[in-house]
Write a protein that binds this ligand. Sequence first.
Ligand code: C5P
Length: 234
Amino acid sequence: MIKNTSPPVVAIDGPSGSGKGTVSRRVADALGWHLLDSGALYRVLAWAGDAAGLSSDQPQKLQSLAGSLQVEFSRTAAGDERILLDGRDITQPLRAEECGNRASELAAIPQVREGLKILQRSFRRAPGLVADGRDMGTVIFPDAGLKIFLTASAGERVKRRYNQLKQKGLDATLPGLFRDIAARDERDQSRAVSPLKPAPEAVVLDTTGTGIEQVVEKVLVLARRRFGSTPGGS
Ligand code: C5P
């Protein structure tokens, strides 16, 4: 049997508002591993596509744009995450709901998903990677050593998203968010390529009514059981 020598991966998938962004960041920090926020890459593509005047019916152009994105993730001294495209800070526009909705529309285009594959896989570096998304365990890292699928009730996910946006000083209304999240869930689950669904071997965790700390703890227990005392970990 050929031994897999690639750095280990924890794949954390789930719908918007399931808590996967926060859980993934905390798990990556606790393990001392890299983090891939794949949703941010779809948002960057949506932003860059609009800036280049591309529409959804130009899949080939979107695919080559996806293949040429120079994206950097960094953190300020205060710990705030920043996303740079070609050295330009575009964090704020990426957070807006319109950008998320546009990303979700583009994410249904097979060429867009193909175009972002290499970039996503380039985040797999030693000592390990925590990958947050919709298809991390099913398509991008099918050999991930641990696959988690987070869920939560629609009502709870809308509330979490609302609080997150308000905290960041962005505009949102509960009925508007409910509509957006329902539409995105529907698109993500029903698209022909890489639909949002748990990998057969994924551990499904329902986070409704559960504190984020408890979910992080559960994932860390599973990660340590799977990978032993992790190479980068504290
Ligand atoms: O996670 P986030 O809301 O930032 O992602 C924006 C959109 O990108 C999602 O609604 C989803 O449609 C798409 N996406 C995806 N596959 C991923 C990550 C995000 O289709 N791995």
